[in-house]
Design a protein around this ligand. Structure first.
Ligand code: ADP
Ligand code: GN1
Ligand code: MG
Length: 371
């Protein structure tokens, strides 16, 4: 669906150094935050050039200028690493296309921020795991990515969304939304509110351990869902980690947990039939194996101990965020219909409940791969 925030799309397109004339510009992907377009340009001799055009969501990312400095820094850093390993940096990391005046982004006349990336060709994203091997690959890639980011100068990073995975802070916002109830929706979601309140005591576990120096602060991706990684269509291997907007200091268990939340669910994030939602222990197993291999022994004993809790916390937190947004009138996540955030909330809570049932098995799997 088109929205006013993208009204200056054409003006934005003209600001970038694109090759050829625009032949196609259509909405693309299933991200919940930015407005993403696939852009195809053709030269007179018929050569095609493909790009991703994005309007950055500056209501979510309040400081897009610093965000773009993060993206520029991280992609340059990744480019060096990829070149050193003989890889192809045009496909294995995001590549920013500059504007005609040499910037990494363009601010249009309505105040919206745009950027352009090279389109990664012959690659695909998944919204659901199709083959367990893909999920293993993504675990390995996210684990390895996190290990590489360990060498990134954290002081150069701006925290693009403060308290992003600070679950107790999300809980404060949730309680405010329940109390304000600006849309009059709270009465109908009492069951979901109770589900959250029952779990409040364990929500601060990770942040408390960070505070007590029991878990180390690392540079993490923070949004490791399956559709934020691209796979090579020819080899099936994980190719490129995308959506770098939330790279900032965080906990390793956030990256592990968010992948499990999305990818080890037997149903979609917005599945209406809750009987289809469960934690696949097979997928949990294969991702854990991949992630720990990718981290190459860099995690501490406490971090490994906390992996199941990371999965539960990220799922619970995400459900709380969807429910908060539902109560506040759906202003944060893109929604396709009025109950969309509530449907998403319910899948997350169903998954949390299933993790609680399978807790001992989850812990056993982590033990199996502890390295
Ligand atoms: P959001 O923050 O809204 O999730 P993303 O940066 O994840 O935005 O982009 C949304 C989708 O667009 C991705 O899931 C992926 O399918 C596609 N995409 C993003 N960047 C590229 C790229 N450089 N090449 C090909 N596809 C891309
Ligand atoms: C958003 O941007 P996207 O669609 O990859 C959100 C994540 C949530 C996710 C839920 C910046 O991710 O935190 O876990 O939706 N990103 C932001 O699907 O809030
Ligand atoms: Mg995304």
């Amino acid at each position: 669906m088109e929205n006013d925030k993208c009204a200056k799309r054409q003006e934005a397109i003209e600001a970038f150094c694109l090759k050829g004339q625009v032949a196609e510009c259509v909405r693309y992907g299933s991200g919940h935050i930015n407005d993403t377009f696939f852009l195809r340009c053709t030269e007179e001799n018929g050569t095609e050039h493909k790009y991703i055009l994005q309007r950055m969501n500056h209501e979510v990312f309040k400081d897009p200028v610093s965000l773009m400095k993060n993206v520029e820094g991280v992609t340059n850093f990744m480019r060096e690493k990829i070149l050193a390993q003989g890889g192809d940096p045009n496909r294995e990391t995001l590549n920013l296309i500059p504007t005609k005046d040499g910037n990494t982004f363009y601010k249009d006349s309505m105040g919206n921020y745009w950027r352009v990336y090279l389109f990664i060709e012959n690659a695909k994203c998944f919204d659901l795991v199709e083959k367990p091997e893909d999920f293993y690959q993504s675990g390995k890639a996210f684990g390895y990515f996190q290990r590489q980011l360990a060498q990134y100068p954290a002081a150069e990073l701006t925290e693009t969304i403060p308290h992003f995975h600070d679950t107790p802070s999300r809980m404060v916002n949730f309680k405010k939304a329940v109390a304000a109830d600006i849309c009059g929706r709270a009465a109908d979601v009492q069951k979901e509110i109770a589900f959250v309140m029952e779990r409040e005591p364990e929500m601060s576990m990770a942040m408390d351990m960070l505070q007590d120096n029991k878990l180390p602060l690392r540079v993490t991706h923070n949004d490791t869902k399956l559709n934020n990684i691209m796979f090579d269509a020819a080899t099936g291997e994980a190719l490129c980690i995308i959506d770098l907007d939330t790279i900032m200091p965080g906990l390793s268990i956030f990256d592990f947990g968010d992948s499990i939340r999305f990818g080890a669910n037997t149903g979609a994030e917005d599945e209406k039939d809750l009987s289809k939602i469960s934690l696949s222990l097979d997928l949990f197993d294969i991702y854990t194996k991949g992630f720990l291999e990718g981290c190459q022994g860099s995690l501490t004993k406490e971090e490994i101990d906390m992996l199941p809790m990371g999965a539960k916390l990220m799922t619970l937190e995400c459900g709380i965020r969807f429910l908060t947004d539902y109560l506040e009138g759906d202003t944060y996540f893109h929604t396709a219909y009025p109950e969309h955030n509530l449907v998403r909330t319910r899948t997350q809570f169903e998954l949390v409940a299933d993790m609680e049932r399978k807790w001992d098995e989850m812990k056993d799997i982590v033990e199996k791969y502890r390295n």
